[in-house]
Design a protein around this ligand. Sequence first.
Ligand code: DAT
Ligand code: MG
Length: 151
Amino acid sequence: MERERTLIIVKPDAVQRGLTGEIIKRFEQRGLRIIGMKFMQVSRELAEKHYDVHRERPFFKALVDYITSSPVVVMALDGTNAVQAARNTIGATRPSESAAGTIRGDFGLEIGRNLVHGSDSPENGQKEVALWFDESELVDWGRVVDPWLYE
Ligand code: DAT
Ligand code: MG
């Protein structure tokens, strides 16, 4: 089984609504391991790099405005199949279509206020963690519960 890294962003709407703890809790209780975390105001430069694949889409400017509108909490997580596991916890891109029990399905209604970002492939997980975190900001550590999460 693959150990992967994924980048999670608790977006401005979630931070403003006081949902930061609730969202972190869901990844933590799933067993994903936090290896980096910070509270920050995102620059337009970083936002545009992060969303570079969407540069030509009509919603690109709104997306950059949204992610830079207020501070975010960024996390690097690792774990077995971390990318897919985190995306399942987050829910479908459109909150109106996200399953109940997912973060977007429990707290969101609109695609432009969908609360949280998660990397979409193991390659992008590695790339996005490297874009948002300096290697010195990542901590490799062990948890006493690891044998109860990993066979
Ligand atoms: P996800 O965030 O689920 O990985 P994505 O990578 O396809 O979704 O798109 C990034 C963000 O861009 C998404 O969270 C919300 C916004 N977005 C995507 N498609 C959109 C659309 N058709 N209209 C408006 N915003 C959109
Ligand atoms: Mg995406």
